[in-house]
Design a protein around this ligand. Structure first.
Ligand SMILES: [Ca+2]
Length: 260
């Protein structure tokens, strides 16, 4: 039905399927649309959706539930709590030193990967937990990468269990000296997915990830630049050419250029 801010609607679209959508107004385009088939809830259900009761919390967790009637039974479909996950990767040291000239050596750095988990829904569930699978890829935009976790490995896969709040993990890696490019930063990429764990305080209801969580983010790591005491780099590049000889041999032009 109509409501002041967001509308939460349920309807029967065809036999044994219900549709749920959220919109700003009853007649506007849905912001979210979900179709639930009776067969996906429980196999063998007949006349799933023959009656509906919505916009109420029946389980006592402050999240709206829908009671759906079918032949011989009533099912309670519960809304799940939603978690927003924000990621951050910081480095120690924060920049790659360009001082060393030993091209056979490597520099050590450490990536601190952080997940800030917060609750979007206004439920009263005490403990919410989830598993996060993540992949950290060093210098992800390049074919020939300039950093690695172990020789020939620039990708790290890990799993962590999170609750509400901040969770950080550190991963050391190596940067070989004398890279082919020490001007453009390393674009390190963090990708993750989240699986909610059943909550014992909410009758095994599990949280889901807010689609607004950035599941793929780049966190650049810059090279240090030696720009003097004021740390301001000013371009001052001059090149002199001297064309000492010019001639033609057959169809080919030959010239001698010296750069002093
Ligand atoms: Ca509920």
């Amino acid at each position: 039905g109509l409501c002041s801010s967001l509308c939460f609607n349920v309807s029967i679209i065809c036999a044994s399927t219900i549709c749920i959508w959220v919109s700003n107004h009853y007649h506007s385009q849905p912001l979210h649309f979900q179709r639930i088939a009776g067969s996906s809830v429980s196999p063998g259900l007949q006349y799933f959706g023959q009656s509906l009761s919505s916009s109420q919390d029946l389980s006592g967790d402050s999240l709206t539930d829908i009671a759906v009637g079918s032949r011989g039974s009533v099912l309670l479909l519960r809304s799940r709590p939603v978690l927003l996950v924000k990621t951050q990767v910081t480095y120690s040291p924060s920049k790659i030193s360009t001082e060393s000239t030993d091209c056979k050596a490597t520099k050590r750095n450490e990536a601190k990967v952080c997940f800030q988990v917060s609750k979007v829904t206004k439920d009263n569930i005490g403990v919410l937990q989830a598993t996060i699978n993540y992949t950290l890829t060093l210098d992800a935009t390049r074919l020939r990468y300039r950093a690695h976790f172990t020789p020939n490995t620039r990708q790290l896969l890990n799993t962590v269990r999170v609750g509400l709040g901040l969770m950080c993990l550190s991963h050391p890696f190596e940067i070989p000296n004398c890279p082919e490019d020490s001007l453009s930063s390393l674009s390190n990429e963090l990708q993750f997915s989240m699986t909610g764990l059943p909550s014992s305080s909410a009758d095994s209801l599990s949280p889901i990830l807010d689609p607004g969580s950035g599941q793929r983010t780049f966190f650049p790591l810059d090279f240090e630049r030696q720009c003097g005491a004021d740390e301001k780099c000013v371009d001052n590049l001059k090149v002199d050419f001297n064309f000492s000889r010019y001639g033609q041999r057959g169809l080919t032009c030959v010239c001698t250029v010296s750069v002093p």
